[in-house]
Design a protein around this ligand. Structure first.
Ligand SMILES: [Zn+2]
Length: 314
């Protein structure tokens, strides 16, 4: 992606980049976590990779990359209560805005259209927000709107308050039967803040807060000591460890899976010349993707962890 995001989010950046290259990215993406500018930067970078006319390199100066960096690309739109308005509502993304988005899809386009749904406001930034802002600027993108006196455009997580059920429902058909070359990206702090019917049709990625360490692998690492062998006797113990860690730290179960994926990705890097092992690790990563889908389908976390544990120890 680009060096800031690659460094902060090595697993996520790599996963998204590969999914885009292999054309396997879902048409509906949810980026969740509390770091507002970084989620937005991640969404813009995805838009850039989806539209780049060359090889997607960070300093590419093709027309699409330039327009997206300037936030002026005709096919990459930020939709919020203050961006790309079509009516006078000031507190919500309106049904009217959603209809405008859907209307644009009627015509085919050479571009890959990307719609970034978020909340936004103009705000005098706090110190930590200013840090995030500077980080965002260093990634090289412009905001959709310029600074207004001392107030900056600040993207925020969407929730049912600013994205009504009616407006969200209007999106569903397009998410279910997407046109080619369209990606919807929803930014939110918490997946529960988005209509469940959208979540279940989307690929959701946790964008960790930069203030906390990204992925913790220490709490389960010992189970992988003999990898690819995974001791059957400890399968239930492993599942229980994951569950305990989740409940004791009050974290999302999908984050637990992210940690395991990160661990596997590190293994992959370390063993890249061992083709047999590489294949095994890829299969295991695929399996963890299935675990995430199970979680999205509201299967109990314990069941998902046990299922994963028995798969590893097969
Ligand atoms: Zn380019």
């Amino acid at each position: 992606m680009n060096k800031v995001l690659d460094k902060k989010y090595p697993y996520l950046s790599n996963f998204l980049k590969t999914a885009i290259e292999q054309n396997r990215l879902f048409h509906s993406i949810i980026l969740y976590g509390s770091n507002n500018y970084i989620k937005y930067a991640m969404a813009m970078e995805m838009a850039r990779l989806l539209n780049c006319l060359e090889d997607g390199r960070e300093d590419c100066s093709c027309q699409n990359c330039r327009w997206i960096r300037e936030n002026k690309h005709p096919a990459v739109m930020t939709i919020s209560k203050i961006d790309n308005k079509t009516d006078s509502s000031k507190t919500v993304i309106s049904e009217d805005q959603v209809n405008m988005v859907l209307d644009t899809l009627v015509n085919s386009s050479d571009y890959h259209r990307v719609f970034i749904f978020c909340d936004a406001e103009f705000k005098t930034l706090s110190c930590s927000e200013m840090q995030e802002y500077n980080e965002f600027i260093s990634v090289g993108f412009n905001m959709p709107q310029e600074k207004d006196e001392d107030k900056y455009w600040l993207p925020k997580g969407i929730n049912t308050g600013c994205f009504s059920t009616v407006a969200a429902n209007a999106m569903l058909k397009s998410i279910e039967e997407p046109s080619d070359k369209v990606t919807f990206i929803f930014l939110t702090n918490n997946k529960d803040d988005i209509l469940q019917t959208i979540v279940s049709r989307s690929q959701a990625f946790y964008v960790a807060d930069s203030k906390t360490s990204l992925y913790n692998v220490a709490f389960f690492e010992k189970y992988f000591e003999q990898y690819p062998d995974f001791n059957k006797d400890y399968a239930l113990d492993f599942a229980q460890t994951l569950y305990n860690y989740q409940t004791e730290n009050d974290i999302e179960p999908s984050y637990i899976i992210d940690c395991i994926q990160y661990y596997l990705a590190q293994l992959l890097k370390a063993n890249i010349n061992n083709s047999l092992l590489v294949r095994k690790i890829y299969n295991d990563i695929e399996k963890t993707e299935k675990s995430k889908k199970m979680l999205n389908a509201y299967i109990k976390e314990q069941t998902v962890y046990e299922n994963l544990a028995f798969y590893f120890s097969k």
